[in-house]
Design a protein around this ligand. Sequence first.
Ligand SMILES: Cc1cc2nc3c(=O)[nH]c(=O)nc-3n(C[C@H](O)[C@H](O)[C@H](O)COP(=O)(O)OP(=O)(O)OC[C@H]3O[C@@H](n4cnc5c(N)ncnc54)[C@H](O)[C@@H]3O)c2cc1C
Ligand SMILES: NC(=O)c1ccc[n+]([C@@H]2O[C@H](COP(=O)([O-])OP(=O)(O)OC[C@H]3O[C@@H](n4cnc5c(N)ncnc54)[C@H](O)[C@@H]3O)[C@@H](O)[C@H]2O)c1
Length: 439
Amino acid sequence: MTQRAYDSIVIGGGSAGMAFATTAAQLGARVLIIERAELGGTCVNRGCVPKKILWSAGEIARATQAVASQNIATQTAIDYPALIAKRDAHIADIRDIYAGNLDDAGVALVRGQATIIHARCVKVGDTTYSANQIILACGGRPADMDIPGAALLSNSNDVLGWTTRPDRITIIGGGYIGCEFAAIFHALGSDVTLVHNGPHLLDTFPKNLALHVQKGLEASGIRIRTDDGVTAVKQNGASLGYTCASGLTDTTDAVVAAAGRTPNIDQLGQFADRLNTADSGALAISDRFETSQPGIYAIGDIADRLPLTPVATADGTALAHMLHGGDAEAVSLDLVATTAFVYPPAAFVGDTSGTTLRSGDLTPLAQNVLSSANRNTAFYQINADDDALTGVAIAAHGAEDIIALAAALIAAKAPAVSLTKATPVHPSFAEEFFAEAPM
Ligand SMILES: Cc1cc2nc3c(=O)[nH]c(=O)nc-3n(C[C@H](O)[C@H](O)[C@H](O)COP(=O)(O)OP(=O)(O)OC[C@H]3O[C@@H](n4cnc5c(N)ncnc54)[C@H](O)[C@@H]3O)c2cc1C
Ligand SMILES: NC(=O)c1ccc[n+]([C@@H]2O[C@H](COP(=O)([O-])OP(=O)(O)OC[C@H]3O[C@@H](n4cnc5c(N)ncnc54)[C@H](O)[C@@H]3O)[C@@H](O)[C@H]2O)c1
């Protein structure tokens, strides 16, 4: 049975799909959004939000452990099940708000798995829906690993669903997810080993920043094995045994696969085989989000862009304007600020491959008085071209916020010398960063 026709059908109610659907509807379009699981997608349910709440709990655990070690206060023990219950109640509230946003904007919502029938028609169960455009906003999922015992692995969805915290965790993959989980679960009290197949962690980050993060994770007590991989996992009583390519064998309570993500293209039915993909495995798109099939567009993690929530949201909003409003442009990927939520957070923006004006480690005065010596070392790097700022990297308390201001300076083509024209607050990291900044 064919249901009514729409201007746009969006498959996926995550960051990208929600942004497109609500914006397009506000611009007057008749929009249907199809979601098979929870509204909010990865970011809200299995990504940024649950992760950041755990990261914040880890900060509390680290801070109280530091003062306890100096006999200033007693250590706070985080009640993990209670933390998860509170976190998940908050996430359920966000999902309700998202459902309300769709209602308010007049977007129709269908729950179920969508497949593409042809360029202007999709199917959910026995019902087909047609529209002028189909917007693929299906995101991605944790990549499977093909090793003996793979069924025993946990992935990021499992980890963020844990209601108890394993005492020993081995993580495979030293990208964003692997490094963040390593830092967070170590802070919360687990014994953590991180196995990465490259020469250093965070290989998409500026190298000096990545090495600084790696040094900090190691100094905190996390075991890091680079140029290695887990080749097999097996049940060993109540524990898991695993073997590495290097020959190492060990026992742990959980082995987490954080070795990349797979775009959800293969679950869209046979028609999706006609869509061209890029080297990343995501859908190849034009600068107007067109796939290789006319009438089908792609936004967010399923498209060959940067798999980050602000990019998904901005792209969803931009495409809605392109199709149903005035003109708009895809957000430039050159000035997307990004942060790995380790301790302290490590952030960068812009081009840090050119001339480095200044780079180095800092020991922020204000935080270190109440911390153990190896806990709060900060890092910064400033890059410029013809004296205009081009890139900034920071590992410091508050880096995830500071980096957005650096992005604004770079976007404004501010001269590097502008860093010396302002007088920062005392005592603060900014003060030390500015004092060390180029003249
Ligand atoms: C552990 C983790 C931590 C992260 N932390 C951060 C962070 O701190 N900051 C940041 O910027 N980014 C972070 N990310 C990345 C961020 O979550 C993603 O970039 C973002 O969620 C992508 O949004 P999206 O809308 O493209 O896809 P998703 O949010 O994945 O939404 C896609 C939706 O489509 C639905 N769907 C898929 N196929 C179908 C189908 N055939 N029919 C119906 N529905 C379908 C799915 O159920 C899902 O709800 C993190 C990711 C992970 C995994
Ligand atoms: N804070 C944030 O903004 C944030 C946090 C989490 C995720 N994300 C997004 O999600 C995306 C996916 O994150 P991710 O960490 O899964 O992927 P990733 O691609 O960033 O990192 C995966 C890492 O695993 C390594 N690896 C792959 N196979 C391996 C193996 N067999 N053994 C050992 N190491 C192996 C790879 O070399 C790679 O460095 C990121 O690219 C990012 O855009 C962002």
